[in-house]
Design a protein around this ligand. Structure first.
Ligand code: FE2
Length: 423
């Protein structure tokens, strides 16, 4: 007998609804009887959402000690330098506990978080490693050693990276465009990738997050990935300088990224507000070349990056909101592009994180979410709530969709935002 039968589920990419069967916490083959039946009424169902890029150690610090009045990256860095002095293990844990709950409510069950290791006491890393123990299997957390101030340009940077790896982080980061010189940047990429290769870890580097078209460290990442045979285990995040590269260089680079089997993460929320700040009109979008990368067959994922911190005061940890912004900012409003946006918060980041057993095929763990919307287009249009979230076959989050009415011709009537007949 099944433990749970979900009726009326519309799987992303499929036209008709169908049933999803769950037994022993896993997706099962169909059986006639079930202990519990839930009718989803045609709701879109996807595997659990995957957050491939967030900075959990900075979440919910907006306004501390002051608000970022210009909204710029550099004012954000100055404010963070003040806030970081008050950082403690308890302070980080308290904020992260809140945001993990927000993410789970949004259907996110797999999270890769960067954690700043430019701290001789490694407070943020200790907090997140302890918290990962505390939460057990309620969510899956991957941690990246992220040197916010650089590896070569920060006193003891290489040693701090090695210590973070020894403490148990899963992924090695870097920030080459922020290093003091181009040569330091190149060395930092090679250092991080050698450390990861040596320890059997993955790599996720903040790379070329600038509007400077001379920032070209992602080519070094591709070359090292090929040289070290790390294809499939290396991610470049942000890469906003790619927006400003000339077409001939971008063409060659994208081919090399494909050859290296690298994953790319674009962060539309933060980068739509932070980039182009030195431009007069016209202002560049400062966004990586999402459509060209996808067309070349490179795996591109959407990250959230910040939740209410000195760089980005908004957000509530919902990847769908980031996908909504990319639909506009990346001009991905074509019908199939809207569907691709859903892949970019599910299957694509699952691949970048190296998740096993992911997806709705029988035998995989039943980690999924149902949207209060029937199609990918409606889910994005409405940034639809997750009406049901399942982890290992158990309901772990629910949202009751809002009930809205209007008074029309003197009578109160219900309003829903679906095209009539589509529910
Ligand atoms: Fe980031």
């Amino acid at each position: 007998m099944l433990d749970l039968l979900l009726k009326g589920a519309r799987i992303a990419g499929e036209a008709d609804t169908r049933e999803i069967c769950v037994r022993d916490g896993r997706i099962a083959e169909p059986e006639p009887e079930a202990r519990q039946v839930i009718d989803l009424g045609g709701a879109l169902v996807t595997p659990a959402l995957v957050e491939p890029h967030i900075h959990l150690d900075a979440v919910l610090t907006v306004g501390e000690p002051r608000h970022n009045l210009s909204g710029s990256l550099f004012e954000g860095i100055a404010i963070w330098a003040e806030r970081v002095k008050q950082l403690s293990v308890d302070d980080v844990k308290r904020r992260v506990r809140t945001v993990l709950r927000w993410q789970l409510a949004n259907g996110v069950q797999f999270v890769r978080s960067h954690v700043d290791v430019c701290d001789p006491e490694l407070r943020a890393a200790r907090a997140l490693l302890e918290l990962r123990q505390e939460i057990g299997d309620q969510m899956t957390l991957q941690l990246v050693a992220f040197p916010q101030q650089g590896i070569m340009s920060f006193d003891g940077g290489e040693d701090l990276m090695r210590r973070a790896v020894d403490m148990g982080v899963d992924v090695v980061g870097a920030i080459p465009h922020f290093e003091l010189t181009r040569e330091y940047g190149e060395r930092s990429v090679k250092f991080a990738m050698a450390l990861a290769a040596d320890k059997g870890l993955r790599v996720d580097i903040h790379c070329d997050e600038t509007d400077d078209d001379h920032s070209r460290f992602v080519e070094v990442m591709a070359a090292e990935t090929i040289r070290l045979g790390m294809g499939g285990r290396v991610t470049a995040s942000h890469t906003t300088a790619m927006h400003s590269y000339n077409a001939a260089y971008a063409y060659r680079l994208i081919n090399n990224l494909k050859r290296a089997q690298m994953h790319m993460v674009t962060n539309p929320l933060d980068n739509s507000v932070l980039q182009g700040r030195f431009d007069g009109y016209p202002i560049r979008r400062g966004h990586t070349r999402v459509k060209e990368l996808l067309a070349a067959g490179v795996n591109v994922c959407i990250g959230h990056d910040s939740v209410m911190d000195p760089w980005y005061p908004l957000g509530y940890g919902d990847p769908l909101q980031a996908a909504f912004v990319l639909a506009h900012y990346g001009q991905m409003s074509g019908h199939n592009e809207l569907r691709t946006l859903i892949d970019m918060i599910t299957f694509n980041p699952a691949s970048a994180l190296g998740l096993q057993d992911y997806g709705l095929l029988p035998g995989n763990r039943a980690d999924l979410c149902a949207f209060a919307a029937p199609t990918e287009m409606d889910a994005i249009r409405l940034v639809a709530p997750r009406k049901l979230v399942l982890r290992a076959g158990k309901v772990v989050a629910r949202t009751e969709p809002a009930h809205t009415t209007v008074v029309w011709d003197g009578r109160e009537e219900a309003v829903d935002y679906l095209k009539p007949g589509w529910a």
